[in-house]
Ligand binder design. Structure first.
Ligand code: GLN
Length: 251
């Protein structure tokens, strides 16, 4: 069921997230330890997005397993950024294995990822899709639940919602129509990151100047803390807030 992570803090190499730690994202792609809801490996594509010093984000994604990309190790070792979002994908049964279905999804400053599944897809969420501009529906990245979730979050961001509200409201709205969905969402603009834990594992690690949010801890540092179920994380490099998802509709 996909794994994802976000980092905000002093610049580091992408390799420090994707390859170097004992349980780096590359390892989580073939040996995840906490795959709830099915799936054994995350082999159906991957993506990484990062913010160069003067803008971005830049996104690199493919429809092959992370471990099968022979170019990425050198690229990751040579690329340094203070804000990164990366994901490996285990496609839900019935959803296509194509590059455009791999997170991160991107628009403007935003990068987005979803770890989970929308139950009853697609019928359960037709009423929500009807609330989107037709143009957005015709230009979804891929015919997947994750791409629709991104369209729903993006629609709220465009309307001026705060990132935590855009993500929290989307999780609530989808949860009402499609109970038991697994909705771990992850959103960043390079300065703030918002993540939800609903149906899947999520952990955070902070040291006062950097924050890591990840499906699974990258190492055995005792500073990793699990996020309680049905909670939302709002983080900057030097601040971390965790609140119940029910409490995030107003902002
Ligand atoms: N349902 C999404 C997809 O197929 C995410 C999959 C996952 O989390 N395993 O793309």
């Amino acid at each position: 069921m996909c794994r994802h992570l976000a980092y905000l803090g002093p610049p580091l190499s992408l390799a420090a997230l994707l390859y170097d730690p004992p349980h780096a994202l590359a390892r989580q792609s073939w040996a995840p330890v906490d795959m709830r809801g099915g799936g054994t490996v995350n082999a159906d594509g991957f993506g990484v997005g990062w913010y160069p010093a003067d803008g971005g984000p830049v996104r690199y994604r493919r429809d092959v397993p992370l471990w099968a990309d022979a170019t990425l190790p050198a690229l990751a070792a040579a690329t340094v950024s203070g804000a990164v979002l990366a994901a490996v994908r285990s496609a839900t049964v019935g959803m296509p294995v194509v590059e455009t279905a791999a997170a991160p999804f991107v628009e403007g400053r935003w990068l987005f990822s979803h770890n989970g599944v929308v139950r009853g897809w697609p019928d359960s969420v037709v009423p929500l899709a009807r609330g989107l501009p037709t143009r957005d529906l015709l230009t979804l990245d891929a015919p997947t639940d994750s791409a629709l979730l991104w369209a729903l979050v993006r629609h709220r961001l465009r309307a001026g919602a705060a990132p935590a509200a855009a993500v929290g409201d989307t999780v609530r709205a989808v949860g009402e129509l499609a109970p038991d969905s697994r909705l771990n969402l992850l959103l960043t603009d390079g300065r703030t990151a918002v993540a939800t834990a609903r149906g899947h594992a999520l952990s955070t690690r902070t040291d006062g100047r950097s924050v890591l949010i990840a499906s699974e801890p990258l190492d055995d540092d005792p500073a990793w803390k699990p996020v309680p179920a049905d909670h939302l994380v709002v983080a900057t490099a030097d601040d971390l807030r965790i609140e119940p998802i029910e409490g995030t509709s107003a902002a």
